[in-house]
Design a protein around this ligand. Structure first.
Ligand code: FES
Length: 281
């Protein structure tokens, strides 16, 4: 049936004049120019799409390879560290050179803030202590002098790791307790009454600051690593190594491995201590 004014003989697919190309038996599939070779200058779309697919697959494969390689790189991070103990100049909190005279004027056994510096690596904090009392003769209840590896006028300036040797609590969880901070006292071969020490509030470890930070109470069983200090002719203070026999800084298999070195200077920082006076019975 032709619509009025509409030539169905050449345009209607279902009309009497429909094209013979559409007259297919039910179920028959007709191939239309399936194997016709591409003529000169004509692009074979099938081949082009296959090539595109292969190119994309190659890129994805290369990307995946890079991803796997990058992942492996992160799974095996390079070891960071330094090969030997550097000589590092200590700077005061204001950035100026730290001299013995300056330190002795600013800090003493009764200083209530933790004075910290990093050495030899950037993630290894240490206490800097001047154990000499502000007044009076040092007797263990007010301060100390001539301590092992001490420097300064009274050999009372020392430095110890500020990371606990038990489970690694850092300052200020582990802090210096000035004389009389807690009622608890200890004794050693020099001082029958010792009223100042380093104490860790995490589990109660206590360290003897007058004896290379040996253990006064557990649960820690190792002393705090001791940083070696020295001065030059002008009295400037340097850190230059660790006491022979010091254990590695807690958390490090080797005190020299595990982070980047601090460089040629290390500036003091002040931190408020956490005081708990909680000792194992
Ligand atoms: S981490 Fe210091 S006592 Fe446990």
């Amino acid at each position: 049936m032709n619509l009025p004014g509409f030539d169905c003989a050449s345009a209607c697919p279902f009309g009497a004049g429909r094209s013979a190309a559409l007259d297919l038996p039910v179920g028959q599939i007709r191939r239309v120019a399936a194997s016709r070779p591409a003529e000169d200058g004509e692009v074979d779309e099938t081949k082009r799409n296959v090539l595109k697919l292969l190119a994309v697959a190659g890129l994805v494969g290369a990307g995946a390879g890079g991803l796997v390689g990058g992942t492996i790189q992160f799974l095996q991070p390079p070891t960071v560290g330094i090969s030997s103990y550097p000589k590092v100049a200590l700077l005061d909190v204001d950035g100026s050179a730290l001299t013995v005279s300056k330190l002795e004027a600013e800090y003493n056994a009764a200083t209530t803030e933790d004075i910290l510096f990093y050495y030899p690596l950037a993630n290894e904090p240490n206490f800097l202590l001047n154990l000499y009392p502000a007044s009076g003769t040092p007797n263990g209840t007010n301060g100390a002098e001539n301590v092992p590896y001490g420097i300064g006028t009274h050999n009372s300036i020392v430095a110890y790791s500020a990371i606990c040797q038990h489970l690694g609590c850092p300052a200020p969880a582990i802090s210096y307790y000035p004389p009389g901070t807690c009622s608890k006292t200890f004794s050693n071969s020099v001082y029958p009454t010792l009223s100042f020490y380093i104490h860790c509030s995490c589990h109660g470890s206590t360290y003897d600051v007058t004896m290379s930070a040996g253990n006064l109470t557990g649960p820690a069983v190792l002393p705090l690593p001791q940083v070696l200090l020295e001065t030059d002719a002008s009295g400037n203070i340097y850190a230059y190594g660790m006491r022979p026999g010091s254990p590695p800084v807690n958390g490090h298999l080797n005190t020299l491995q595990g982070d980047y070195g601090v460089g040629t200077t290390s500036q003091l920082e002040k931190e408020s201590p956490i005081i708990l006076c909680s000792f194992p019975v």
